[in-house]
Ligand binder design. Structure first.
Ligand code: HEC
Ligand code: HEC
Length: 305
């Protein structure tokens, strides 16, 4: 028995020793992670992260079963919430921020670890996807900021109204998310912006449903209903603005940076924030009922065109 215990201890010692980092690594953006940091990162990972993200970093940890959304598969090197255009490599500070502050409404909680530990574990996570990170000459994406808000608090209600039009007409966010205006109003604002109405038989039958999207992750991604689901990476108008500039990498949610104007992105950020404020409130029910009632009137009395 004693001998068996001795063998087991020796084996685990060998196993640990073998997987220890002996040399540092150079990562994209010229970041150097010395061996001690990677080893610290590994021990933090084993203690706090492995249960969900898995021994191999593939997102299949013992506690990952049934989680929606599932934990990130780090082997793919695709991160959703960096503050860079979707597809580009994120900066350390933003990923460390996510690790310490979590993602709203998901199993990715804010982890109470020190700045050193958070940075070390993020460097270690990079080692799951060497083809993404190895090589100090690889460039990171350009960092995105929320600056030059053309509206500000003084013109907030104007921004929300304009944002509603951008959302439903210019950008057609409801093609993945859902609409938040009755059909008559949708036709009216389409006419206002484009000079053409929507024929009464041309409304999308899934106008008020969120539509699952194919993705580069291991599952189909859900465009949130902003009045119901959590927005994971954003709480303020500024956060939403950065998310719209960036998109959600690998998920089907595109970057809007060069698709609509900067002012339109700001306006739609104010609008999305106003929808988020309805979450878990009595007003949400009233708001939804109003859309339903107006659509019933539209169906019964015919359509103004
Ligand atoms: C209880 C389960 C759980 C644990 C434990 C956990 N995570 Fe996560 N993590 C998640 C889930 C779920 C997501 C995906 C959220 C999403 O897709 O919106 C995630 C996403 C991430 C992301 C990706 C962010 C992005 O922009 O794509 C990183 C990085 C991350 N976790 C790091 C960590 C680190 C570091 C730890 C340990 C300190 C940890 N996680 C512990 C569940 C967990
Ligand atoms: C082609 C489909 C598609 C279109 C069009 C689209 N989205 Fe998304 N959006 C998604 C998906 C999918 C997600 C969920 C990403 C995830 O968490 O995996 C998402 C997530 C979001 C989020 C939440 C990000 C977070 O931090 O959780 C916001 C905000 C958002 N979209 C706003 C918009 C706005 C505003 C528009 C129009 C300007 C828009 N989206 C158009 C597919 C789309």
């Amino acid at each position: 028995m004693k001998f068996l215990v001795f063998i087991l201890i020796m084996l685990s010692f060998v196993a640990c020793k073998e997987s220890e980092f002996k040399t540092g690594r150079y990562f994209a953006g010229g970041v150097y992670a010395p061996a001690e940091k990677l080893n610290l990162g590994k021990s933090v990972y084993t203690e706090y992260c492995m249960a969900c993200h898995g021994v191999e970093g593939d997102g299949n940890g013992v506690a990952a079963k049934g989680l929606i959304p599932p934990p990130r598969n780090f082997k793919k090197g695709i991160y959703k919430f960096g503050k860079v255009i979707a597809g580009e490599l994120p900066h350390d500070m933003h990923m460390v921020h996510i690790i310490q502050n979590g993602l709203n409404g998901s199993a990715m909680f804010p982890w109470d670890i020190s700045d050193d530990q958070a940075d070390a574990v993020w460097q270690y996570i990079k080692t799951f996807s060497p083809e993404t990170w190895d090589g100090k000459d690889k460039a990171l994406g350009e960092e995105l900021f929320a600056k030059n808000d053309p509206f500000g608090l003084a013109r907030k209600s104007y921004a929300i109204e304009k944002g509603k039009e951008v959302y439903h007409v210019t950008a057609q966010c409801q093609s993945c998310h859902r609409a938040y205006v009755p059909k008559q109003e949708l036709s009216d604002i389409t006419y206002k912006l484009e000079g053409e109405r929507i024929a009464s038989d041309e409304f999308d039958e899934d106008l008020y449903k969120v539509k699952l999207q194919d993705s580069d992750h291991d599952y189909r991604t859900l465009p949130p209903d902003f009045t119901w689901h959590w927005v994971r990476s954003a709480s303020t108008v500024q956060d939403i603005y950065v998310r719209l500039l960036s998109g959600v990498n690998g998920s089907g949610m595109p970057s809007w940076k060069d698709t609509i104007t900067d002012e339109e992105i700001w306006a739609v950020s104010y609008y999305v924030k106003s929808l988020m404020e309805l979450k878990d409130s009595q007003e949400r029910e009233v708001f939804m009922k109003k859309i339903e009632t107006k659509n019933k009137v539209f169906e019964a009395n015919g359509y103004r065109d």
